[in-house]
Design a protein around this ligand. Structure first.
Ligand SMILES: NC(=O)c1ccc[n+]([C@@H]2O[C@H](COP(=O)([O-])OP(=O)(O)OC[C@H]3O[C@@H](n4cnc5c(N)ncnc54)[C@H](OP(=O)(O)O)[C@@H]3O)[C@@H](O)[C@H]2O)c1
Length: 342
């Protein structure tokens, strides 16, 4: 027997990818319901060979739904996901509505799959921000080997991380530059085409942005509370693919060769790929990871300023492993280990 699944935010960047990944991975779906705002109600989305009519999330009754995979805005998730859980569904939510709540597990299956066992109290599981997932995957094998103490992260985040309208804005501005028309801005605080913006999400009192705070806090929830991280998040004029420069310090000495072995040997190379040749093209860039499930690590080198430091570059598809794939992998683990099916 399969599952009755509702995808909330099914018309968005992440939601559309969730529907595709469910089909690709042959998740046991008996029935799939697509939910979005009233603006999209009545439009159609494809699930494999089926066309599914989108319904309005606000008026949807979750009774009889087993699993809700949700990728909507924080306020929308805050309003509707507890309602879904109360109706008996288990929710896997990709917004930041519940990520830091102590009784909601925040899960990347390869990093802390055991945390999923705590889903039962709220019936909600949170999936981390794309950048936190990518960094946690790259850091986990090194953390297991040498004990991660501190990381300085400069994140370069693609516009798809800000949703569909943000992708349209990069496209429109790029075109406007070429045809010498005025640049119009709505989604980003400054011009994004041919530029870099060191400002992702709102500023907080201490000068960090919410995205930086999220990355730091989520990394601790995923990897361990003693880890210290300081992040700078920059929006880059890239459609899909988030990257980061990471400088990490460990409790024990770790050399480049040991780090390479740790990455290569971790989970049979399924989750992290190492591409690190010190020649032209010997590293991975965002456009090359589009559609890829793995996170890639390149540019590995000793940090000459620290006896236990290592610097590297990591990159992943923010819509796949950074979002939709992680949500579906959480659902697979729930199905196999906790819901007795799948
Ligand atoms: N993209 C990424 O890399 C990424 C990474 C990490 C986290 N996230 C998070 O994932 C969530 C979704 O992101 P996204 O990039 O997929 O956004 P998106 O492309 O803008 O899609 C948003 C989805 O939410 C729906 N929605 C908006 N307002 C709604 C309402 N009032 N009621 C019901 N549904 C509503 C939209 O439906 P309509 O089409 O009807 O408007 C659409 O299906 C966000 O919380 C985002 O922060 C995204």
């Amino acid at each position: 027997m399969g599952f009755r699944i509702a995808v909330a935010g099914a018309t968005g960047n992440v939601g559309r990818e969730i529907v595709q990944v469910l089909d690709e991975r042959r998740f046991p779906v008996d029935d799939l319901v697509a939910l979005a705002s009233e603006r999209s109600a009545g439009t159609m989305i494809s699930f494999g060979e089926h066309d599914i009519r989108v319904q309005d999330l606000a008026g949807f009754d979750f009774a009889g739904i087993d699993l809700v995979l949700s990728a909507t805005a924080t306020e929308v998730a805050t309003e509707h996901m507890p309602r879904a859980a109360k109706a008996g569904a288990v929710v896997v939510d990709h917004s930041d509505a519940f990520r830091m709540e102590p009784d909601v597990p925040l899960v990347v299956p390869e990093v802390n799959g055991a945390a999923l066992a705590r889903f039962a109290k709220r019936r909600i599981v949170a999936s981390p921000s794309a950048m936190a997932t990518i960094c946690a995957l790259a850091l986990k094998p090194l953390h297991d080997l040498a004990g991660l103490r501190r990381a300085v992260v400069t994140a370069m985040e693609s516009v798809s991380g800000a949703g569909k309208p943000a992708m349209d804005e990069l496209f429109a501005q790029t075109r406007a530059v070429y045809v010498n028309q005025p640049i119009e801005r709505e989604e980003f605080p400054k011009q994004i085409a041919f530029n870099l913006i060191p400002h992702v999400d709102a500023f907080m009192q201490d000068g960090f942005t919410r995205e930086e705070w999220r990355l730091q806090a989520e990394a601790r929830k995923l990897l361990g509370p003693d880890i210290r991280m300081v992040a700078t998040c920059v929006r880059a004029p890239v459609f899909v693919g988030h990257a980061a420069s990471v400088v990490a310090e460990f409790e024990r000495e770790i050399d480049e060769q040991a780090a390479r072995r740790a990455w290569r040997g971790w989970l049979g190379g399924e989750a992290v790929g190492l591409v690190d040749h010190r020649v032209d093209e010997g590293y991975v860039t965002p456009v090359e990871v589009v559609g890829e499930d793995k996170v890639y690590v390149s540019r590995v080198r000793r940090d000459p300023t620290s006896a236990t430091g290592l610097a590297f570059w990591c990159v992943g598809d923010n819509l796949r492993k950074g979002a939709a794939l992680n949500v579906v992998q959480i659902a697979e683990l729930l199905a196999q280990e906790h819901l007795g099916r799948g």
